[in-house]
Design a protein around this ligand. Sequence first.
Ligand code: FMN
Length: 226
Amino acid sequence: MTASQPTRRRLLRTAAAGAVSAAAAGLLAACTTPESEGRSVIAPATPAPSSPAATLLVYFSRPGENYWNGGRRTLEVGNTEILANLIRERLDCDVFRIEASPAYSDRYDPTVARNVDEQNADARPEIAGPLPDLSPYDRVLIGSPIWNVQPPMIMATFAEGADLAGKDLHPFVTYAVSGLGRTDSFYRDLDTGARIRDGLAVRGEGVRDNGTIAAVGQWLREGDVI
Ligand SMILES: Cc1cc2nc3c(=O)[nH]c(=O)nc-3n(C[C@H](O)[C@H](O)[C@H](O)COP(=O)(O)O)c2cc1C
């Protein structure tokens, strides 16, 4: 899969598992323009320039009831997905969305409890569907919420299950109060052979604000992604 056809949504094939069905929870798709997706909530300031290196954008995001400015709010689209969509609008890249099997609850408290159990057990929660073949990619942008001051354990499932050796790994997160938290050491400690680049942290309650577009652009430039 190359980054040469960024405007047409299509499913990609994994080397190991053949075609990925649209119903598969782990959905690997080419980037699309905002026009072709009909997205209008947040538009990029400028058209996306082509990226010289092949890039895969991977993210996990949980819609549903979540923490929001000290209270709770039910989100139809998760904060990290909003951020991932802003990033993909700036890049020629493929996208893989991580889905858990079983899925996390759409309620906040049970998700907190499950995450505590998974962290305490150093668990590797199952990812639904096959993982993508990373061999075509030079870099991976990897996004998640912050759960208990670090990425969810399912991000370790991905990082260890996909071959990241020799890749540049650019973490991005959304959070409520913790910023990047332990994101850098989380990925370093997994010893994947990837080069861990500087992370981007955007507060979940502010991810839909216009300022996020500038933060995304700065992070992509400073990381030599664009
Ligand atoms: C299980 C759980 C644990 C969380 N732990 C933290 C935390 O330790 N620090 C923090 O800043 N935010 C924490 N949050 C808030 C999320 O990081 C934040 O709302 C994020 O934007 C959610 O992204 P999403 O909608 O893509 O899942 C937690 C949320 C959940 C559901």
